[in-house]
Design a binder for this molecule. Sequence first.
Ligand SMILES: Nc1nc2c(ncn2[C@@H]2O[C@H](COP(=O)(O)OP(=O)(O)OP(=O)(O)O)[C@@H](O)[C@H]2O)c(=O)[nH]1
Ligand SMILES: [Mg+2]
Length: 419
Amino acid sequence: MAGAGENLGPEPFSTIPPEQQEELKAALKKGDLVAAASKAREVLASLDKVGLNIAVTGIAGSGKSSFVNAMRGVEDGDRDTATTGVTETTSKPACFPHPQYPNVILWDLAGIGTPTFRADTYLQQVQFDRYDFFIIVSSPRFTEHDIKLASEIQGLGKRFYFVRAKVDQDLVNERRLYDQSGCLKRPSASRPPQYDEAAILKTIRDNCIGNLQKGGMDFQQVFLVSNWSTNEYDFPKLQETLLHDLPSHKRLVFLRSLSNLSKETLKEKKKYLMDQVWLKSLASLGAGVVPVPGFATERNAVLLVTSLTQCCQDFGLDEHSLDGIARRTNKPIEELRAVIKSPLGQEITKDLVLKLLSKAVGGAVKNTLVFNNILPIVCPVLGSVVSGILSYKTMYSLLEGFLNDAADDAIRVLEKASK
Ligand SMILES: Nc1nc2c(ncn2[C@@H]2O[C@H](COP(=O)(O)OP(=O)(O)OP(=O)(O)O)[C@@H](O)[C@H]2O)c(=O)[nH]1
Ligand SMILES: [Mg+2]
């Protein structure tokens, strides 16, 4: 099992909203195991309800609907995709919950830039208050409408991001001017003699920033993306930026909804999920703290099946996610399955959980170091109940081990998919 050595060091309260942190801390301080476990369950249930609303806007035809689909990891023609097309296709806000994480909602807003468009009334019309942030999509360049809208959004105290879509198309267009060996067919002072993708992207970026500055918006960050290749150009950087700008209790819900585009995303996902292991272990305890191996009560087994199945989904280790990766990367799904060592989401059963539990008992007894960081926090409630400590450690050991293995599998799938 990977992981004990590379334990990322839990930040026990980072994913919990501030009000609930206080209540949980108070329950732990009181030393009441039943109350603390019940509070932990309450916190976990409310974390499952944390919502995130992302508004995607921009002028007609800029690539908004395709961007919404890309963020949700779906392709044109899949069920519940945002309709895309060469003619004007989106005329009023449409709501697209993420297929696996429905609390993350992408809103495909009506196109701006029509003759009747006014940035101030537009924002009222689309109910700006419900969105956590705005993404302004443009191609080929940002217009005065984009800039006006951005200033209005800023004035209302919301965040916005500029995304320049269709850069794949720009590169194809530019590539046509060069021959097969990459030499410029007709020499020109405005282009390098040798095809240079990085230089083309830099020119697009500089143009966008210059264009925004001309419109009176001193903004240095523009994300260049292709809605067809979410692991290329600035797509991963955009997702990382959005993630870090969110309040900490919203980061996990966003992270879980992100496809595993990069090792960085996976590492971050693992870190945040690891921060919750202690809470899940505590939640599994309660009135019936019984000595291990009797620990495997019906309720715990059900709780574990749910928790491990979710963990598989979070790391894309289920048939639905694998199918999506296989289609996006043109890899046979069998090749992806072949590198996975842990069970897939669909294979998590009560029997499997019981086997893992008995394996984890050994881990819990042996592995004291891993628990040192976190035990002081839960000790006041566990201290007097020997079986409580062992049950807690067993649960911790199982969840941590499973999460480490799932994260390793996800990295192998990513490597296989990008070969
Ligand atoms: N090559 C390329 N084409 C894109 C990209 N994004 C969108 N397109 C194409 O651009 C056209 C418009 O895309 P949509 O996503 O429908 O744009 P929209 O902003 O939602 O359009 P409206 O709803 O009409 O305002 C479609 O033909 C898309 O296939 C991209 O990143 N690369
Ligand atoms: Mg559209």
